[in-house]
Ligand binder design. Sequence first.
Ligand code: KG4
Ligand code: ZN
Length: 351
Amino acid sequence: MPDVVLGIETSCDETSAALLVAGGRGESRPELASLVILSQDVHRVFGGVVPELASRAHLTALPAVVDRALVEAGLGWHAVDAVAVTAGPGLAGALLVGVVYAKALAYAGDRALIGVNHLEGHLFAPVVEDPELEPPFVALLVSGGHTLLLDVPAWGRYRLLGATRDDAAGEAFDKVATLLGLGYPGGAAIEQLAATGDPARFTFPRPMLDEGLEFSFSGLKTAVLHAVRGSSDLEGDRPHLARGFQDAVLDVLVTKLQRAVEATGHRTAVLGGGVACNRALGQLAARRLEGRARVVVASPRLNADNAAMIARAGWYRLGQGERSDWTLDARADLPLPGLEAAPAPTLTSRL
Ligand code: KG4
Ligand code: ZN
């Protein structure tokens, strides 16, 4: 098992590198020695990520980001035993930059290489800070591209309980932020604005609230669009619209999470992905699951796209004896390894 793993993440618009070092208490508890995240600003003016620009920005920044991570960890390249890199899912060209760079580093230095699934990275994010965290648990992964409810009976085994039928939760935040003129990405701006909004002013639909474990957010987005068009004082209504929208999304997310906790009987619920940076989400989940399950959320820096989670998931895979070879490829639609579709769970209560 390696003692030092370099993680690299370039799946979307963050260029990130991190170093994980074996801790004093054995290989299952590595410590984060450094984490560098460079967020690409260039996309703001376009109101969304432009894939070609993302690839070019990664290409320019990645060597300096990796060097910076080594400097901050106080380590030289010679200390690195293995390179863990996001191989997908994500933007094909952006992923390719990270994968090719990681392959070149590992090949030139004769180091181990491991390709990591970005979603498995998000699942491992809280473990970086909370090494005690162990399955079984229910995980709600909510990012710009995914909304997944998973039963995690063991690391590496993932049973899909529910996913979105249309927009991802983060995508809904971003689209509503655009409607409210908040710029891209808009999740954090909505959260900030919602904090001053009146929850009673706008009540938006909670799509599929009473049924199953799947999600749908496109109707909610349309409802906000109608409310925006119908507003005679948009400037004054913006915080209330943001609040009404956020309350609806969080209600749906947490109701499904509760239902999954009831269905599986697990005593731990993990929130992950960029939307898990939303503190109101963590608070609502903790309140509703009190006495039923412990809610675990990593700090925002580890929930947004970052290389520490990739290094940690890679650490786990390397510990299982896995290695990637030089044929490792970037795959925009890489499936989560060990993902099984779960049979419809028997609900023990009607939540
Ligand atoms: O995981 P992530 O960094 O990238 C993907 O893998 O997609 O997630 C990014 C998403 C964006 O849609 C962003 O608006 C959302 O996470 N997000 C938030 C917050 N911070 C980021 N959504 C709600 N509240 C936040 N505070
Ligand atoms: Zn992500």
